[in-house]
Design a protein around this ligand. Sequence first.
Ligand code: G6P
Ligand code: ZN
Length: 543
Amino acid sequence: MPMQTVRTHPIDGQKPGTSGLRKKTAVFKRPHYLENYVQSIFDGIGGVEGKTLVVGGDGRFFNDDAIQIILNMAAANDAAKCIVGQRGILSTPAVSHLIRLRRADGGLILSASHNPGGPNADFGLKYNGPNGGPATEAVTDKIFKRTTKIEIYKITASCGVDIDNLGTRNHEGMEVEVVDPVEDYAALMETIFDFDKIRALFASGFSMRFDAMHAVTGPYAHAILERKLGAAKGTVMNGTPSPDFGGGHPDPNPIWAKELMDVMYGAGAPDFGAASDGDGDRNMVVGRGAYVTPSDSLAVLCAKAHLAPGYKDGLAGVARSMPTSRAVDRVAASLGIDCFETPTGWKFFGNLLDAGKVTLCGEESAGTGSDHVREKDGLWAVLLWLNILAETKQSVADLMADLWKAHGRCYYSRHDYEDVDSDKANAMIEALRAKLPSLAGTAIAGLTVETADEFAYDDPVDGSHSAGQGLRIAFEGGARAVFRLSGTGTEGATIRIYLEQLETAADKLHMQPEEALGSVLDAALTVSDLSAKTGRVEPDVIT
Ligand code: G6P
Ligand code: ZN
């Protein structure tokens, strides 16, 4: 088939957000839209001639067609090889692992993560570099610059390559190797965790439900939890990936994983529950009647990771994104290890992991991971929890109670105001930013401001500076409110308010979070004047 050079024009709005380019599926399907962006990635990374790329996605609507386009473009741009998940399926952590395992030059992940999928929902494309992690801002800037200048893209006129069957084939002079999406990933998990111990836990009657939310982790969870570890059949719910995630919203939090929450808070609840998102990098953990916030989960994992063989020598350090609660800071301090505070977005952990400064990292947005790959990893987090539960023989609720007793409890909640008019959201943030320098020492709704600033990050490894990473106000008495605009939405603006209150008094460790966070919520709404500035009275989602 002949290679074609197609003339094109720059398309507005192809700026990657927190995690790659995310748009409505219909936008991605517009003429030249995907092609322009793929060519801009190729050009932005200095071309793909002679390179090996890993390609796979979460199976959402348009995944398979987009992969064929990418393979045709990779061949036309003289890539040496593409390693593709069978039927186009690869979870995000599995892509990260394959890039590292095969020493590939990078990878393309087709996913809009936890956003819904389907013809009327969302699609996304993300480039990961040779370390297996999301491209750094320096690289995404280059890619974005190309999108504003692009004049041509290269593509072969082939009508498709077989990605349904395993094996290696020639595609227009480029090698395409179709691999089992689960095998290498499962083998990696077996090197980190004590599978025998976890198997014995299940054999002793321990019960679990894992909600794959009709998304990519279904096949991974069936293979690892049910087949390798002997969890009862039916442990995995919603385990068959579907292009529109069963019409659901594959975001593992108490709102969208309600089906699992109902099981875990109902009569006869199993010992342990967990869920993962569209592309398998997020996780939610819930014990019998005991939801664990992602920030607390990170703290527990930090405290107990040494119980798993992969971390038996302890942790080099830990990192959390700025809005994530400071619970893990307290555990790290007690262990005498460093705790880094980074901007939101997994890409900021990459340098710290590569430099061996941290072993574990996590975010309030339900992401936890370690140096085994360069993405957050949903099933890995679930397996680490299982390994810890198998070693301690404690319930999730007891592990949490122990954590709070030892380190105090960081009550935590995030309030999201979605699809807010962008101008109004920006105006609210700007007004608050302008106020910050004068806030210290003032009283707001009964709380006294200790510090107020806009978070900026100086990467300790490459010295890069990232400004404008969220507004944070700390109050006397251990409360904190953080404000930022989401970088992953596809419509309007989403305002996120992150609320935190530290409690160390023994009689205040088991309150309802809304009760513990009442004062800081009042202060946050007062200082931001959110209702008047946006016209919104209630948040759309509280997690
Ligand atoms: C993606 C990134 C995460 C990040 C999250 C924040 O999931 O992979 O690292 O925490 O987006 O999203 P937001 O919508 O708050 O920008
Ligand atoms: Zn995700």
